[in-house]
Write a protein that binds this ligand. Structure first.
Ligand code: ATP
Ligand code: MG
Length: 630
C-alpha cells in the first residue's frame, strides 16, 4: 500500500490518535481533554477542553523566536505601494488594533464586520479579532450595499471596519459610501464604524456619532500591549458567508482549535511550506482562500505571506511572476479562472522572470479543465495541484498530498480524498457508487477539524442543508456531482443542480465544457442545459475565443461552431453535442470567479437572470442576450 493510502486510512481508522498528533503542530495554553466529541451528530467538537488562540499561533509564537523575519508583504499595483512587516512589527500593529477594539467596546464573542480592500490593515483587523476572541465576519469588498446589509443583519456586528475606498484597475471604488448605504438598509447596523482613510476618496461622508478614524486611534494606542485571550477550542473564530453562486449565502461558522490544527497540518502535508519561505495566494480576504491561505495558514506555518492588491494583468501580465521572483515565493495558490485569463496573454510573460523558487502551484474554486491544467504545468515546469473544497470545509477535501507522497498528477483531477475526510461518491438512494460511476460527493461524518461547526445562528439549517440528502446513512452532502476512477482519482463534474439530462443520460456541465476546451481556439466556455420538448434538455455552449479574429465573420463563427461540436462528438458522443455554440467576449461570473451557469440557463430559456448580487460584470449578460437573439 502506498504511503498516502496508509496515511489517509489511519486518519479515519485511528482518528483520535491521528489528530492528537497533528494538534502538536499548534501551541496550546491548555491541552485538549477529548480529541473528538461526536456525541451529538452531526455536530462535532474537536479538541474539547483545549485552550488556544489563532493569533498567538499565527503571530506571537513566531515573533518571540524570529522577530525580524518577514511576516506580511503588502503589495499594491493600484496605489504603487509596497511594505514589508516583520513578525514583531505585525504583532505590534495587531496589538494596536486590538486596543482600538477594546476602546470601542468590543468584547469576546462580539462580531466585527470587516469590509475592506486588500490592504495590510485588513490583516491587522482580522488578527486583532482572533487575539481578543471577537468573531470576525469579512465581507468581500465590492459587494453592493444590499448584499452587505443582509450580512450585517445576519451577523449583527458591534463594530464595522472599513476604508474610504478600494482601487480596481487604477480607479477608486468607494467603500465608505456603500457602508453608509448598507447601514441605512440594515435593521441591525453597528454602533461604531472604524475607517482606515487611504486618502483615495477625499470628500467621503462622515457620521459624527458613529464613525471613528483609525490613524487617530492608532496614535492613541501606539504603545498598547494586549495579551491574547485564550479560547476554548470550540469557541467561534469567524463567520464567513459562502460565495452565493447558488442563491442565499450561508454563514459558515468556524471554531478556533480545530481550524488552527487543520491549517497547521495542511501547511505541512499539502502545501509543504515552513519558516523562511513565502506564500502567495492571489485570492481576496473576502473569500475562504483568503482566510485560510492568505492570512492564517501561511502565518501559522511561520511563512511570509503576500497580500496583493491588483489584477493579474496590470501593469502587465508578468506582474505575478515578478512578485514570485522578488520575494522568492515557494508556494502559490490561485484559481482556474486566472489561468484561463493568462492563457489569452502573450506566453513570454511567463518566461521573463526567475521562478526557480516556486515548488508548486495550487488551483481551486472551479473545475480545472485538462487543457488549461496541461498548459500551465508545461509553461511553469512545476507540479500544478488541482484541489477541491468549499467555504464550508475551510481547507482542501481532494488534493494530492505531496508532503506525504508525491503521487502522479492526473490532468483535470483533484485526485484523492485528503486525510481526515471520509469522502465517497454516493448514489441518490444513499448507496455507494462503484468506480467510474457518477454520483454525489459526500463525506461520512464527523467532518474533520477546520470544517464548519454550524450555520451561524441556525443549527437546523446546518442539518437540513448539509445532512438531509439521505437518512441512511447520514452523510454530509457537498451538492457537487463527481466520479472516481479505478485508481482512486476523483473528478468533479459540476454542481448537482446543473446536471444536464439529455434523453435520460445525465451529463455534468464539466464533461461537455472539458470537451469544448480541447479545441485550440477556445479560451473559456460555459455549458448549460436548456429545456427541450423532445429530449428533456439540450446542452447549449457559450464560448470565449482566445483570438477575436477567429470569429469576426458569420462564416468563421459557423465553421468554428461545427468544429467545436465535432470535438464534443469525438470525446462524449453525439448525445452530448451542444444544440448551439455561441461566441461571446466574456462569461458571467461571481466576484470570486465562479461561472453563473444558473443565470445563463435562465436567459437561454427566456427567463429572468435571477439573483445577480454577486455578478462581476453585468454586461456579459447583455452579450448572452444578444447572442441568443442573433
Ligand atoms: P454557494 O454555496 O453560496 O452557492 P459557492 O458554492 O460558489 O457558493 P464556495 O464555497 O466558494 O461557494 O465554492 C465551493 C464550490 O466551488 C464547490 O462546491 C465546487 O462546486 C466548486 N469547486 C471548488 N473547487 C473546485 C475544484 N477544484 N474543481 C471543481 N469544482 C470546484
Ligand atoms: Mg456552495
Amino acid at each position: 500500500m502506498s504511503n498516502y493510502k496508509e496515511f489517509h486510512r489511519r486518519s479515519i481508522d485511528q482518528r483520535d490518535e491521528f489528530w492528537a498528533e497533528q494538534a502538536q503542530l499548534v501551541d496550546w495554553h491548555k491541552p485538549a481533554e477529548q480529541i473528538c466529541d461526536f456525541s451529538k451528530p452531526p455536530f462535532v467538537k474537536w479538541f474539547k477542553g483545549g485552550e488556544t488562540n489563532l493569533c498567538y499561533n499565527a503571530v506571537d509564537r513566531h515573533a518571540a523566536k524570529r522577530p525580524d523575519d518577514r511576516a506580511l508583504v503588502y503589495i499594491s499595483t493600484e496605489t504603487n505601494e509596497e511594505k514589508v512587516y516583520s513578525f514583531a512589527e505585525l504583532q505590534r500593529e495587531v496589538e494596536r488594533m486590538a486596543a482600538i477594539y477594546q476602546d470601542l467596546g468590543v468584547k469576546r464573542g462580539d462580531r466585527v464586520l470587516i469590509y475592506m480592500p486588500m490592504i495590510a490593515e485588513a490583516a491587522f483587523a482580522m488578527l486583532a479579532c482572533a487575539r481578543i476572541g471577537a468573531i470576525h465576519s469579512v465581507v468581500f469588498g465590492g459587494f453592493a450595499a444590499g448584499s452587505l446589509a443582509t450580512r450585517i443583519d445576519d451577523a449583527k456586528p458591534v463594530l464595522m471596519v472599513s476604508s474610504d475606498a478600494g482601487m480596481r484597475n487604477g480607479k477608486p471604488v468607494p467603500y465608505k459610501h456603500l457602508v453608509d448605504e448598507a447601514c441605512k438598509l440594515a435593521e441591525f447596523p453597528p454602533a461604531k464604524v472604524l475607517i482606515v482613510d487611504r486618502g483615495l476618496d477625499k470628500g467621503f461622508p462622515k457620521v459624527e456619532s458613529r464613525d471613528v478614524d483609525y490613524a487617530e486611534l492608532r496614535a492613541k494606542h501606539i504603545d498598547a500591549k494586549v495579551p491574547v485571550t485564550w479560547l476554548e477550542s470550540s469557541e467561534p473564530s469567524y463567520i464567513l458567508y459562502t460565495s452565493g453562486t447558488t442563491g442565499k449565502p450561508k454563514g459558515v461558522q468556524r471554531d478556533t482549535g480545530g481550524y488552527t490544527v487543520a491549517l497547521a497540518a495542511s501547511m505541512k502535508h499539502i502545501f509543504t511550506g515552513g519558516s523562511g519561505e513565502t506564500m502567495f495566494s492571489t485570492s481576496d480576504i473576502g473569500w475562504v482562500v483568503g482566510h485560510s491561505y492568505i492570512i492564517y495558514g501561511p502565518l501559522i506555518a511561520g511563512m511570509a505571506t503576500i497580500m496583493y492588491e491588483g489584477t493579474p494583468l496590470r501593469p502587465d501580465a508578468g506582474i505575478w511572476w515578478q512578485i514570485v521572483e522578488k520575494y522568492k515565493v515557494s508556494v502559490m495558490f490561485s484559481a482556474p479562472t486566472a489561468v484561463r485569463v493568462l492563457k489569452k496573454q502573450d506566453p513570454a510573460f511567463l518566461k521573463k522572470y526567475d521562478l526557480s523558487s516556486l515548488k508548486h502551484l495550487f488551483l481551486a474554486g472551479e473545475p480545472l479543465d485538462e487543457t488549461s491544467h496541461k498548459w500551465i504545468m508545461s509553461e511553469l515546469g512545476i507540479p500544478v495541484i488541482d484541489n477541491y473544497w468549499q467555504t464550508e470545509t475551510g481547507w482542501p477535501m481532494l488534493a494530492i498530498v505531496r508532503g506525504v507522497e508525491d503521487s502522479k498528477i492526473k490532468l483535470g483531477s483533484p485526485a484523492f480524498p485528503v486525510y481526515g475526510y471520509d469522502l465517497r461518491i454516493f448514489r441518490e438512494d444513499g448507496s455507494e457508487c462503484g468506480p467510474n460511476e457518477k454520483g454525489i460527493v459526500g463525506i461520512v461524518p464527523p467532518l474533520p477539524p477546520g470544517c464548519l461547526s454550524t450555520v451561524w445562528g441556525q443549527d437546523e439549517r446546518f442539518v437540513s442543508t448539509y445532512f438531509s440528502l439521505f437518512t441512511d446513512p447520514v452523510v454530509y452532502s457537498s451538492s457537487d456531482w463527481g466520479i472516481k476512477d479505478e485508481n482512486g482519482y476523483h473528478t468533479i463534474l459540476g454542481r448537482m443542480d446543473d446536471v444536464i439530462n439529455v434523453a435520460g443520460h445525465r451529463l455534468g456541465t464539466r464533461e461537455i465544457e472539458e470537451a469544448v476546451q480541447t479545441h485550440p481556439a477556445i479560451a473559456e466556455v460555459a455549458v448549460v442545459g436548456v429545456h427541450d420538448e423532445l429530449k428533456g434538455q439540450m446542452p447549449m455552449a457559450f464560448a470565449v475565443v482566445k483570438d477575436a479574429s477567429t470569429v469576426d465573420t458569420a462564416e468563421k463563427r459557423a465553421a468554428l461552431e461545427k468544429e467545436v461540436m465535432k470535438k464534443v462528438d469525438e470525446s462524449l458522443g453525439a448525445i452530448a453535442r451542444p444544440a448551439r455554440v455561441h461566441f461571446i467576449n466574456g462569461l458571467p461570473k461571481t466576484r470570486s470567479g465562479k461561472m453563473l451557469r444558473r443565470s445563463i440557463q435562465a436567459l437561454a430559456e427566456g427567463r429572468d437572470a435571477g439573483d445577480l448580487t454577486t455578478i462581476d460584470d453585468p454586461t456579459t449578460l447583455d452579450q448572452i442576450k444578444a447572442a441568443l437573439a442573433g
